[in-house]
Design a protein around this ligand. Sequence first.
Ligand code: S3P
Length: 171
Amino acid sequence: MKNLILIGFMGAGKTTIGKLFSKEKGRNFVDTDERIVREQGKSIPELFDERGEGYFRDLETELLKKMLMDTKGAVISVGGGMPVRKENRELLRMLGCVIYLSATKETILSRVRGDGSRPMLNGEDLEARVIRLLQERETLYKKAAHVEVRTDGRSVYQVMQVVDQETRKWL
Ligand code: S3P
């Protein structure tokens, strides 16, 4: 059975949708951030602080390679930066059907404000950071994905329904 992989910007709802969708479909759920944190015994902010972003990105690539060997038929949500590396985009598409959960900057800002757990959004001027990262990443998300599902103005359950419809032919 194919894997279903959710990609998208921080706050797009990858983990929330992934957890509920996997339950509904009776599939295993894997969250790459959670797996990295468990395997490293450190939180994401600690990994960024102590080892730097490059180290975290290498862990992400290694994990994708491992999952190609050991993960089948799962719903997988990946960190927002995973599709930035070309190698990762190729690995993601090999791993299964890739869904891009997209959202506008307004939606993202409303979801990530006040959350200190994301090092890429720490510091001054959250809005400027979101705008810059979104600009850098939007085309990369589209390149990595087989299907785009918009999340703006939709409830979690409405997004799940669209994901279900859009992925039936792939799975
Ligand atoms: C990141 C997104 C985070 C996490 C890390 C870096 C990013 O995951 O992997 O903080 O570069 O977009 P979420 O998208 O689940 O917040």
